[in-house]
Design a protein. Sequence first.
Length: 393
Amino acid sequence: MKLAMIGFGQAGGKIVDKFVEYDQRHGSDIVRAAVAVNSAKADLMGLTNIPQEQRVLIGQSRVKGHGVGADNELGAEVAEEDIDEVQGAIDGIPVHEVDAFLVVSGLGGGTGSGGAPVLAKHLKRIYTEPVYGLGILPGSDEGGIYTLNAARSFQTFVREVDNLLVFDNDAWRKTGESVQGGYDEINDEIVRRFGILFGAGEVSAGQEVAESVVDSSEIINTLSGGGVSTVGYASESVEEKQSGGLLSRLTGNGGGDDTLDTAHTTNRITSLVRKAALGRLTLPCEIEGTERALLVMAGPPRHLNRKGIERGRKWLEEQTGSMEVRGGDYPVTGSGFVASVILLSGVTNVPRIKELQQVAIEAQDNIDEINRESDDNLQNLVNDDEDELESLF
């Protein structure tokens, strides 16, 4: 699937930058164009893979390149004011070669959480290609203002995109690790999962052709209908042999001990499907009630087979209760691993979102109370000063 990726804000820019690096390293040809948008000049300068001409600084007249200070209302305002600046960079994208737009943003900060929904709405108004969002939820330990921003941005972002893919930092931060190390690892996890998902079906010259192709239309159909999506992932290291290949996958008998290998690979695939669905999702949720799902099995061709994928797909149907479960393989010769990536679209039973909204309500109540107390204290201070002045005269 060929994407035009736009990273909005610090987190969004870093993730898109890492996607470009992943694309170059694996030759997956996912990122057809990449743009980074930010109100902080230093964040744009810190990127390494997105071309300079595709980095857009917004809000210069308001914040002078220093960012919006976690004020997502200001982030939305500067995005609306400078949307033509962003469009100027997007005009250079060969849209006829793009299957969809992907707007990537952290939802807890200011520029991204405020500006990403503004941009998504703008893109949907102009283009016919789907516009998806990839939103990163802040950890619960990052502070009340970030939780409040995330709750506000989530509600707006999910309305403005064709589907919102979500990654929850709270489920991935490890105790005791450094902030930078934690975010680097999280960004690697995001790119790994979505790289395999969006890379399926993109075949370059000389690459093995999938037995059951997962192309861009499969992903688009799975994401159709809107709502929120999460992605599961599980992998296992394997040793590759020179013999076998596509013929052994099609016949199940490539010579030697491949017949035994077929049973083994089938069991491995079904096991990895279960681990991916029931393990750590990008957004933890109950998978029952999922509206649509897509299974992608990636790895060396001889370790993939139709029987295992079909079993995994049927198991997903039973677990989700959905009749729209698609599946296929993504041959990656020389990868050294077999991986299962599962896209669950239209999930509804998401405790983290409910918790986020409740915390945001409490945070807003606290802010209102603090503002009232501040007004009262200021009034009392002014009154005290007036009394002292009167006593002097």
